[in-house]
Design a protein around this ligand. Structure first.
Ligand code: TRP
Length: 360
């Protein structure tokens, strides 16, 4: 059996550098490693609607944005299928059957769902579709028989829930579905990149994101305004690294090559950190370095985006083709699922002969 990747993002806004270091960069590396037989990257619009039912225009607006973000980071449509979730209707059908295998209390214990319910102040008015989205996510993954799901740490409970559904399905109906593995970033700083204000999460509503599609000037402005150590007032004061956003970003983005190129007085990040902690190193110098590092990473992404923006019809075709491939694959799995459950009455010749025998 082959190695297959399935992953995706909700199209609720443009993708930012947190998405990039947390998952997108890894996807591109995996894609280019040649180790995978099939790669599916999903724009999870149906999932996004589970808590945006009253605002479908927002989701619609971001389909193309996310597709452009994917292509500009280097997802290559010749190697990966980019597709739109809602267009693969087999996924919702799978969800309906999987729902029978999951209890309400199990969903209530899902830590991601729990914290999202709190964040959105749903309290008792949780939309059923939102509450059950972990089950729909299991459909997304299993429909493609994905072996590998590269995502951020926040998706761990979803993968656990998926594996439980696979177990349950296979034990009740016979070996049909594939158990997926999660693939997290190895760099700890990439697990959850903070916002530029130092808050734990980058979010559009907090206005603390650096977007992949932002121009050079805007990115520089944001880097130069980043949260550092509030007690590091004069250059000669010793500074703190922990909770210092600029250093967290350097952990996520920088390598020794960057030092050789932009800051040759230091061999590596450890030396820079040591100087900062001793005192005598100003925030502006560190921020300027970080800006160089981030610009180097983002400038080819921006350039590729410009090219794709000139050919929106072409991007539309990429999405359409990717969705066709995905739909075919999901239909195959759905038919295996229905066969395993013995509810494929019109494809199963035994059904009719059984009934004839019964009524003879
Ligand atoms: N829940 C993911 C997010 O919020 C998006 C997603 C939907 C997904 N289905 C998936 C990710 C399946 C990985 C696998 O970004």
């Amino acid at each position: 059996m082959g190695k297959i990747i399935l992953t995706g993002d909700r199209p609720t806004g443009k993708l930012h550098v947190g998405h990039y270091v947390g998952s997108l960069k890894r996807r591109v590396e995996l894609q280019n490693s040649g180790e995978f037989d099939d790669i599916f990257i999903m724009i999870a619009d149906a999932q996004a609607l589970t808590d945006n039912a009253d605002n479908p225009a927002k989701i619609r607006d971001n389909i193309m944005e996310v597709a452009l973000d994917y292509l500009s980071v280097g997802i290559d449509p010749a190697k990966s299928n980019i597709f739109v979730q809602s267009a693969v209707t087999e996924l919702t059908e799978l969800t309906f059957y999987y729902m029978n295998l999951v209890t309400v209390s199990r969903l209530q214990r899902n830590p991601t769902v729990k914290s999202e319910i709190q964040m959105r102040n749903f309290e008792t008015s949780i939309p059923t579709g939102f509450f059950t989205y972990p089950i729909s996510q299991a459909s997304d993954i299993t429909a493609f028989k994905a072996t590998t799901v590269p995502v951020g740490e926040d998706q761990m409970p979803m993968l656990e829930q998926t594996r439980e559904i696979v177990h349950k399905f296979n034990s009740v109906y016979g070996e049909t579905l594939v158990e997926p593995q999660i693939l997290l970033p190895d760099n700890k700083a990439c697990l959850r990149l903070p916002g530029i204000d130092g808050k734990a999460k980058m979010s559009k509503s907090l206005g603390n994101c650096i977007y992949l599609s932002e121009d050079e000037k805007e990115v520089k402005k944001k880097v130069m305004s980043m949260f550092t150590d509030p007690d590091h007032i004069r250059i000669e004061d010793p500074g703190k690294i922990e909770g210092n956003t600029v250093f967290t970003y350097l952990d996520a983005f920088s390598n020794e090559g960057h030092f050789a190129e932009y800051l040759p007085e230091y061999a590596n990040l450890d030396e820079l950190k040591a100087h900062y902690q001793r005192g005598g190193l100003g925030d502006v110098k560190v921020k300027k370095f970080l800006n160089n590092v981030i610009q180097e990473e983002l400038s080819p992404i921006r350039a590729r985006r410009k090219e794709y923006e000139k050919d929106i019809e072409g991007v539309y075709e990429i999405l359409k083709k990717g969705t066709e491939v995905a739909q075919e694959r999901a239909a195959q799995t759905l038919s295996e699922v229905k066969h395993a459950m013995k509810i494929d009455y019109f494809e199963d010749p035994e059904f009719l002969s059984e009934q004839i025998k019964k009524y003879k």
